[in-house]
Write a protein that binds this ligand. Structure first.
Ligand SMILES: [Zn+2]
Length: 318
């Protein structure tokens, strides 16, 4: 029988899902605390409009998520908010524990994630303050863990369409309702950072047909797919990347003004998107990992079963 420990952190915040010392013999259980997850990126460190707020610290077999989760109601839905880089923006893109973040959402019961991310534009027509809902990614990272598999269990999920079209459409509709210029579709280059691109790189990405460039969303999308969580990105354009003539003339004041405006807009877009997400899931994300695991069931190590029971146990009777 799964057992859960509900205790309190030293600072008095609720802690959920930590297991008892007998953990080595038990699997973790999904909680039913939220249905929609929001990841706030640069500029969006909290979620205005939340009601019935409380904070929870979620423990995972992959370590600590970026921050405590803020649970509450938004547009009548139960939502969990996570500040991707932690409060005060403390965590580099390369330092993010993507696995812990996505696992924790799964553990909270989240089935959909709207991920907000600040990006640079690679296209003249995508202007600062426009929001893009990409439907493709290109990977230019090299220093990150982006799978729950490994350590004795091998699995491959389909990723040809890396974004949940239903959630992306809801975000696009959210832009319209919030009066923000939204673009449905596009390619997001995910780079390692933390430095921005060289001009040669920026022009190369343009030649590949990419639309926006950021540092965080691809790993989230991959892990959400393995975890069978619907995932879509809201990419808020802060500036043109360095390919564009006049890039160097942009002042810090101008960039900060755009960041503030984007954060204000994001809060309204996310609220409208949450409202627009259908209650029931009918997309392929729901069973994305059904046939993923290639390892023979009797060859899967006990430790892997324990670690991944929450994600894949239902397919194996763990
Ligand atoms: Zn989906």
């Amino acid at each position: 029988m799964p057992r859960l420990y509900t205790g309190h952190c030293e600072d008095g915040r609720a802690a959920v899902g930590g297991t008892t010392p007998r953990r080595s013999r038990i699997l973790e259980q999904k909680l039913d605390l939220a249905e929609i997850g929001i990841i706030g990126g640069s500029g969006l460190y909290s979620m205005p409009g939340f009601t019935n707020i409380h904070e929870v610290k979620v423990e995972t077999p992959f370590g600590d998520p970026s921050e405590v989760f803020v649970l509450g109601e938004l547009a009548g839905r139960r939502v969990a908010f996570l500040a991707r880089h932690g409060r005060g923006h403390r965590i580099l893109p390369s330092e993010l524990n993507f696995r812990a973040n996505i696992y924790a959402f799964k553990k909270l019961g989240v089935e959909r994630i709207v991920s907000v991310s600040a990006v640079g534009s690679l296209r003249e027509e995508h202007k600062p303050t426009d929001f893009v809902m990409p439907d493709q990614f290109i990977d230019r990272t090299f220093d990150r863990s982006a799978t729950f598999f490994g350590e004795g269990i091998v699995g491959h999920v389909a990723f040809a369409d890396p974004v949940c079209a239903t959630v992306a459409k809801a975000a696009y509709e959210g832009c319209a309702e919030a009066g923000v210029v939204g673009k449905l579709g596009g390619t997001y280059i995910c780079m390692e950072g933390p430095q921005f691109s060289t001009k040669a790189e920026s022009n190369l990405y343009r030649s590949w047909g990419a639309d926006v460039i950021g540092m965080t969303n691809l790993q989230e999308a991959k892990l959400a797919r393995e975890a069978e969580i619907c995932y879509a990105t809201v990419a808020m354009i802060t500036d043109y990347d360095c390919w564009r003539e006049g890039h160097d003339a942009v002042t810090i004041e101008e960039i900060v003004a755009v960041l503030h405006k984007n954060a204000e807009n994001a809060a309204r877009v996310v609220k409208a998107a949450v409202k627009a997400i259908p209650a029931a899931r009918s997309c392929a994300c729901v069973s994305a990992a059904k046939y993923a695991v290639l390892t023979a069931p009797d060859a899967i190590p006990a430790a892997a079963k324990e670690k991944l029971g929450l994600l894949f146990g239902k397919y194996f009777g763990w």
